[in-house]
Design a protein around this ligand. Structure first.
Ligand code: G1P
Length: 299
């Protein structure tokens, strides 16, 4: 089955780390977010992957060439919104498709999620519903979809995974939004398109997915790092590692304490420092510092 993964955005909420890097190539727990997304999908048999690209497309093309799967790159010419981005990967066809946003990681049986009986959206209760698309349900059937409402009627958030039992209904409604320039906050929204599908009497159900990791903003990025790290079993003479940590290749760690919950990517140099709850990017250089809850940019 086809999976559409929109990864076109500029990642403004993660600047400056996205100034020269596609957001989904930023690492959590030792590897880029896109690898956390692609590995389980490919393992579970999703081998037709459509990446909706835009900003820094060439980085993604180079990165995914290591996978044994069929990739298609659908280029989004202008950043007109998530609905518009997804549309670039959709077909006017009755074939099913899975859509996974490029900044969310799941521990999930995806084939089970893609049961063909109806369309399905992954949801979960969140403490900050104004940051998400929100659904209202009757039983498990979605009756209302709202994009980031000021006064959320529920805290049941859309968390970035959508199964379409047929692509055609979504194709039709996004086309309608685009043709009529119907936007919310200036963008063609996927949530608005889903609301139209619901209004057109398509059955769209909500499914609770408890194990998900949002990598959309710095705080949740660090939370995902914490949740996904595993003990490294490594030791470094003259320094203390407090597990769980990930230490990449060719790192120099001298007279420092690293951990807990720290990712150190390849080539980083750390001396006389104390790093905890952080992600240290490739080739970063940290000397004589205490670093906590940070993404540390390259040196
Ligand atoms: C997007 C969607 C929103 C959804 C969220 C999940 O928002 O527009 O409906 O709840 O992803 O992560 P974004 O995070 O891109 O602002």
């Amino acid at each position: 089955m086809k999976v559409i993964i929109p990864v076109a955005g500029h990642g403004t909420r993660l600047r400056p780390h996205t100034d020269k890097r596609q957001k989904c190539l930023l690492p959590v727990a030792g590897k880029p977010v896109i690898d956390h997304i692609l590995e389980p999908l490919i393992e579970q048999g999703f081998d037709e992957i459509v990446l909706v690209t835009g900003y820094l497309e060439e980085q993604l093309k180079a990165h995914v060439s290591k996978y044994d799967a069929q990739f298609t790159f659908a280029f989004q010419q202008e950043p007109l919104g998530l609905g518009h981005a997804v549309f670039q990967g959709l077909e006017e066809s009755d074939a099913p498709a899975l859509i996974q946003l490029g900044d969310v990681i799941y521990d999930l049986d995806f084939q089970q999620f893609c049961r063909p009986d109806n369309h399905r959206i992954a949801v979960n209760e969140v403490p900050d519903p104004e940051r998400f698309g929100i659904v209202e349900v009757e039983g498990d059937r979605i009756v209302n979809v709202l994009e980031k409402p000021d006064n959320p009627p529920s805290n049941l958030a859309i968390i970035g995974l959508y199964f379409l039992s047929s692509q055609r209904p979504l194709w039709n409604v996004v086309k309608h939004l685009m043709d009529n320039e119907i936007t919310t906050r200036g963008e063609i929204q996927l949530a608005d398109a889903l609301q139209l599908m619901v209004e057109n009497s398509e059955t769209v159900t909500a499914e609770h997915i408890p194990k998900w990791h949002d990598c959309g903003v710095p705080e949740t990025f660090l939370e995902a790092n914490r949740a996904l790290l595993k003990p490294s079993g490594k030791t470094i003479d003259g320094s203390t590692l407090v597990e769980p940590v990930y230490i990449g290749e060719n790192c120099e760690i001298v007279n420092s304490t690293v951990g807990p919950n720290v990712t150190v990517m390849d080539g980083a140099k750390i001396s006389d420092s104390h790093i905890s709850e952080s992600i240290v990017l490739w080739n970063a250089n940290i000397k004589g510092q205490t670093v906590e809850n940070q993404l540390v940019e390259e040196g």
